[in-house]
Write a protein that binds this ligand. Structure first.
Ligand SMILES: [Zn+2]
Ligand SMILES: [Zn+2]
Length: 262
C-alpha cells in the first residue's frame, strides 16, 4: 500500500473527472491521500472531499504564492477549520523566493516578510492544535531553517515537501528530526542532484507524494499528474536505493501513517 502524502485534487484541473481519478487511485492500491490546501477556499474544498471519501484527509494552509491576498480573516477561518476531524496537518505553508515572472529570485522584501509572518502564524496554530506541518520551500532554505529553529523549538512533526536544495540543507532537516518528501521530479532525466539526495535519506524519514496535478513522473510526462502515479515515485526510490519496491512502500507508508496519525 502507498500513500500520496501531498496532492491538490481540489484544483480545477480535476473538475472534469475528479471522481474517476480518485477511483483509479483506490483501484491501484493507494491506501490514503492527503489533499493539501493552497488557500482558505482550497482548505474548505479539501475538507469537503475528505468528508466524502474515507481514505482522503485534508491539510489546511496558505501556500506562499497566495500570502499577499490572505487577510487576517482568512487566517482566523483557517484556525477554526484546523479543528475539523479530517484535517490532519497544516499546510502547505512556507517560503518561496523564486520569481515566476522573471525566473530569478524574488527581490520584494514586503512579499518575503509577509511569507515569513504567515509561516510563524501557522506554526503557532500547529502548536495550539497539535498538528504536523507540511512545509513548502523554494530558494529560501536558510530563512526557513532559522525560522523553524526559533519557532518550532524541538517539535519534529514537520515534513519538507517536494524536497529540493543541497546536501547541507538536507542534513540540517534530518538532524532536526524533520521528514523529507519526494515527488515525480526525481524521475526526470536532469534530476541527478535529486536522486543523489534520495540516497542520503533513510526510508524511515521519507514520504512519497505526487504534488498532482503538477510534476508528472517521466513515464507519464505530458499528462496531468494524479495520485495513482505515486507508484512511479516509489519505483524510482527503490531503483535508486537498490531495494525491493515493496520495502519502500511498507516503510514509507508506515512512517507517514504514524506522522499524520491515520
Ligand atoms: Zn509546494
Ligand atoms: Zn503542493
Amino acid at each position: 500500500m502507498l500513500i500520496d502524502t501531498h496532492c491538490h485534487l481540489d484544483f480545477e484541473q480535476f473538475n472534469a473527472d475528479r471522481q474517476e481519478v480518485i477511483n483509479r487511485a483506490r483501484e491501484q492500491g493507494i491506501g490514503y491521500i492527503v489533499n493539501v490546501a493552497a488557500d482558505l477556499n482550497g482548505a474548505l474544498a479539501s475538507i469537503k472531499l475528505a468528508a466524502e471519501y474515507d481514505f482522503i484527509f485534508a491539510a489546511a494552509g496558505i501556500h506562499p504564492h497566495y500570502v499577499q491576498k490572505a487577510d487576517e480573516n482568512e487566517l482566523k477561518r483557517l484556525r477554526e477549520i484546523a479543528g475539523d476531524e479530517k484535517v490532519i496537518a497544516l499546510g502547505e505553508i512556507g517560503l518561496d523566493y523564486y520569481n515566476h515572472t522573471t525566473g530569478g529570485l524574488l527581490s520584494d522584501r514586503k512579499i518575503k516578510s509577509r511569507q515569513q509572518e504567515l509561516l510563524c502564524a501557522f506554526i503557532e496554530i500547529a502548536k495550539e492544535k497539535d498538528l504536523p506541518i507540511i512545509f513548502h520551500c523554494r530558494d529560501a532554505h536558510d530563512d526557513l531553517l532559522s525560522i523553524l529553529k526559533d519557532n518550532l523549538k524541538g517539535r519534529t512533526k514537520a515534513v519538507v515537501h517536494c524536497f529540493s536544495g543541497n546536501k547541507k540543507f538536507l542534513r540540517n532537516c534530518l538532524d532536526l528530526g524533520y521528514k523529507v518528501s519526494f515527488t515525480g521530479n526525481i524521475t526526470y532525466k536532469k534530476a541527478d542532484n535529486l536522486r543523489d539526495l534520495v540516497t542520503y535519506v533513510p526510508l524511515e524519514d521519507m514520504f512519497l507524494e505526487t504534488d498532482a496535478p503538477f510534476l508528472t513522473p517521466q513515464a507519464k510526462r505530458g499528462k496531468r499528474n494524479e495520485p495513482s502515479y505515486v507508484q512511479y515515485v516509489a519505483r524510482e526510490v527503490a531503483r535508486i536505493k537498490n531495494v525491493p519496491e515493496e520495502k519502500v512502500a511498507d516503510i514509507t507508508t508506515q512512517s507517514a501513517r504514524l506522522f499524520f496519525n491515520i
